[in-house]
Design a protein around this ligand. Structure first.
Ligand code: KE4
Length: 428
């Protein structure tokens, strides 16, 4: 068992002044009956904790580390930007470059506004959709997580799901009542709601490939169906691509599937590891935002020069190296390893992958929605997670999260991971 004594003492101290000892619940390892370790160094595909234990990392700080940790071009860009000042509170040239790049790369985005997190991006997109349509109700899908936006904490995924409290305390009933929560991939359920109250629906918001209840694929035609029915009733279609943006493809899922939403929320990869989110879409909708329009939205550090420098460096490096091609190659090798491991250990678990995003569900069911994901054997997952961690491989500490491969992972790292995973599964 690796020595984690310094992490243990830091955790005890952290709990004195930080709720739960963490600044984000999923980090608390509650879903794997463990205690978190504290990281103070990360480079490439590896992280190192304060006790000196090194691990191959498949969490990638929940998505941003697509080039691995601390990629040289990003570190250099931040260093240079910092020498020019840390924050101006005025427009700066890097924001303009970032806006131009996003509008060029992401099919739905004609105009974009920078924010500081994925939550801010989805919250702002929802307010804009309500302002643009003068309607209040929004459809979301069970298991999709859109950040801790009050009205979205209804059957949310990710940490909210992990804690078994899909509906958070503190959210006024009136807010939750504006949200209609449906099973993912259920066309009939969506059709029924629109038939009954289509003229009240401001928007449908979804992760086009949900990755906060594990990784779930839209069934053939489902995304096109959502595109068509929102158009028919004058509701907006919002793709939450905070996780998938710039990762599944240069232009995200919307480029990959050829379906263009009205608004898109972005985050994670876009900041190169620094706090960045963004939301964008049709110019006629975005122009409803203050100062031109009546929908207010603001942020002290929005477009922060260091965050823009980091994000631009990361995005440009992805393009320069055609990272998406490399991620697909590595993903293919990884998936072959998983299937070999499952065969060797006689497990018929369901493995879903798209590009560098993956999830091993501890169930043999096809995963079409949250209820399917919930059939997983959580006890087995916990044992698997802990065994892999003890042997130097860090997967997300929840069955309801998605793993990430980066361009910094080598085939040797992936082979080592397969060895560790085989040992873990054999021990179940
Ligand atoms: P942030 O506010 O955490 O930057 O982004 C919220 C968000 C919005 N939309 C999607 C699709 C997301 O996946 C997220 C955040 N993802 C989780 C991981 N599943 C963040 C990890 C955490 O909460 O600490």
């Amino acid at each position: 068992m690796p020595d984690r004594s310094l992490s243990e003492s830091l955790f005890a101290r952290a709990k004195r002044h930080i709720p739960g000892g963490v600044n984000s619940p999923v980090r608390a390892f509650r879903n794997v009956d463990g205690d978190p370790f504290f990281i103070n160094h990360a480079k490439g595909c590896r992280i190192r904790d304060v006790d000196g234990n090194e691990m191959i990392d498949y969490v990638g700080t929940w998505g941003p580390a697509i080039l691995g940790h601390a990629p040289a071009p990003v570190v250099e860009a931040v260093r240079e930007a910092a020498l020019e000042g840390l924050s101006f509170g005025t427009p700066n040239p890097l924001e303009v470059e970032m806006a131009d790049l996003i509008c060029e790369w992401v099919p739905s985005v004609e105009k974009v506004r920078m924010v500081n997190s994925g939550t801010e991006a989805t919250m702002s997109a929802l307010r804009l959709a309500r302002g643009f349509t003068s309607r209040d109700r929004v459809i979301k899908f069970e298991g999709c997580y859109h950040g801790h936006v009050d009205s979205m904490l209804v059957a949310a995924g990710s940490g909210a799901l992990t804690h078994g409290k899909p509906d958070s305390a503190g959210v006024p009933k009136a807010f939750a009542d504006t949200t209609i929560c449906l099973p993912f991939n259920d066309q009939e359920a969506v059709e029924k709601v629109f038939t009954e109250e289509g003229e009240k629906i401001a928007a449908i918001i979804l992760e086009p490939i949900p990755a906060n209840a594990g990784l779930i694929f839209p069934q053939q035609g489902f995304l096109q169906f959502l595109r068509d029915i929102t158009k028919k009733y004058g509701a907006l279609l919002i793709f939450d691509e905070v996780m998938t943006g710039f990762r599944v493809a240069k232009g995200g899922v919307q480029e990959h599937v050829g379906i263009t939403p009205d608004l898109t929320a972005l985050g994670k990869v876009i900041g190169g590891g620094l706090p960045v989110g963004a939301f964008g879409g049709r110019a006629d909708i975005m122009d409803q935002l203050a100062p031109d329009g009546p929908v207010y939205q603001a942020g002290t550090l929005s477009g922060n020069p260091l965050a823009m420098a980091a994000g631009l460096a990361q995005l440009r490096e992805l393009e320069r190296t055609d990272a998406w091609n490399k991620l697909e190659q590595l993903g293919t090798v990884f998936e072959a390893g998983v299937h070999e491991t499952l065969a060797k250990t006689g497990k018929n678990y369901t493995f879903n992958r798209i590009g560098s995003m993956f999830c091993l569900f501890f169930t043999d069911k096809e995963i079409k929605n949250l209820d399917d994901a919930k059939t997983a054997d959580f006890e087995a997952f916990k044992k698997y997670f802990s065994s892999c961690l003890e042997n130097g491989v860090y997967f997300a500490p929840s069955q309801f999260e998605t793993g990430f491969i980066s361009t910094a992972h080598s085939e040797a790292d992936i082979a080592k991971t397969a060895e560790v995973a085989t040992k873990a599964l054999a021990g179940l």
